[in-house]
Design a protein around this ligand. Structure first.
Ligand SMILES: *Cc1c(COP(=O)(O)O)cnc(C)c1O
Length: 367
């Protein structure tokens, strides 16, 4: 029995009738960009997260860039963030004209560390870009207070955290804005690229709608130097289909994760810190830490279990980001984390037998 990292074919086959019905509706409407399907998905996503506004855009990276531009963050400004994330997080900051500053992570969670963020603050710091890595939005209220105290904006990278909750509130609803990606492998994925900004600020939403569409306030009225970053009607209608299933998919991910947490028992395999009460970790990835990672992955692979590493090299070590600042005390915790993290198969369609096999093989590994 093989256990893949995820299984998008099974999901697509299940959703095919609903997808095709949606695509037919779009074809019949004759309106393919920024029409009724985008408006509908935007209102559904706002209702799902209990936020006032959703602005659909072309992808998750653009969502971050556009939100930063709406906040007037650009040249001369610094944005503190983590280097254990997708490159898009830091690239979006650079695209907005600002400079990322890399803070270290807590080795028990992989999430950004507050003492390190404090060391990264300068008089140029305008925002903290918090990444809810692996689907865990940890203690976001404390970050919100931290940002208010320090007079900076809070931005949430929610690309891995659809329907995640912290202190009973949805990820994305704490910050000046939240940025979502609907890349196909995310917890809610399109059949192509898609993204969204969520916010409770009317003015940020109005500006984001202009920026995504050539900076227009109305047809041929250009009030800003905008982008072309629109969510198209077909992706929006597919996302509305997926959203109906997302609560179940999320529960299924949490069930697998709980099973792993309860049954993985190998002294060489360390679990990440368990989620706090009153929070909902949505397990975009289920990550463990193993010091002999190569041997561990080889053993699992030989037994038909796919694994991956998120991420093998933190962004501060990528040559393209070398020029950017980092925690003056260094990033040794970050590097210790990225040397040992391993992602195990955790996806809604995984069967009980497959999950049991993962546990059995992980527990049998003895290098
Ligand atoms: C996927 C991802 C992004 C980028 O989203 P795209 O839609 O691919 O641009 C940004 N941040 C994180 C943490 C991600 O996982």
């Amino acid at each position: 029995m093989e256990v893949p990292l995820q299984d998008l074919q099974t999901r697509s086959a299940l959703l095919e009738p609903e997808y095709l019905a949606g695509i037919r509706r779009v074809l019949a409407s004759g309106s393919f960009i920024l029409g009724d399907s985008v408006e509908l998905f935007e209102s559904e996503w706002s209702s799902a997260l209990l936020v006032d506004h959703t602005v659909g855009v072309a992808n998750g990276m653009d969502a971050i860039e556009i939100g930063l531009r709406c906040l007037g963050i650009g040249p001369g400004d610094e944005v503190v963030t983590t280097s254990v994330t997708a490159a898009a997080t830091a690239l979006a900051i650079v695209r907005a004209g600002a400079r990322p500053v890399f803070a270290s992570v807590n080795p028990c969670t992989g999430l950004i560390d507050m003492a390190s963020v404090e060391r990264c603050l300068t008089r140029r710091t305008r925002a903290l870009l918090l990444v809810h890595l692996y689907g865990y939005a940890r203690d976001v209220q404390s970050w919100s207070s931290f940002c208010i105290q320090n007079g900076i904006s809070l931005i949430e990278d929610c690309a891995q955290a659809h329907l995640a909750k912290s202190g009973g509130r949805f990820a994305g609803s704490f910050g000046d804005f939240g940025a979502f990606s609907f890349y196909p492998t995310k917890n809610l994925g399109a059949i192509g690229d898609a993204g969204a900004i969520v916010t409770n600020s009317k003015s940020l939403a109005v500006t984001a709608r202009q920026v995504r569409n050539y900076g227009q306030s109305g047809r041929y009225e250009h009030v800003g130097l905008g982008l072309n970053s629109r969510l198209d009607e077909i992706q929006a209608t597919l996302l509305s289909v997926g959203l109906k299933h997302l609560p179940l998919w999320t529960t299924q991910r949490q069930t697998v994760a709980a099973f792993y947490r309860n049954h993985i028992a190998n002294p060489r395999v360390e679990l990440l810190a368990s989620p706090q009460d009153n929070s909902e970790h949505v397990y975009h990835q289920f990550v463990v830490r193993v010091s002999e990672r190569t041997s561990f992955r080889q053993f699992l692979g030989d037994n038909g279990i796919q694994t991956d590493v998120h991420y093998p090299k933190s962004l501060d070590l990528q040559p393209v980001f070398r020029e950017f600042a980092r925690d003056p005390s260094g990033l040794s915790d970050t590097h210790a984390f990225t040397k040992t993290c391993v992602s195990l198969p955790c996806f809604p369609e995984i069967s009980h037998d497959q999950a049991s096999k993962v546990v059995e093989i992980v527990n049998r590994w003895n290098p």
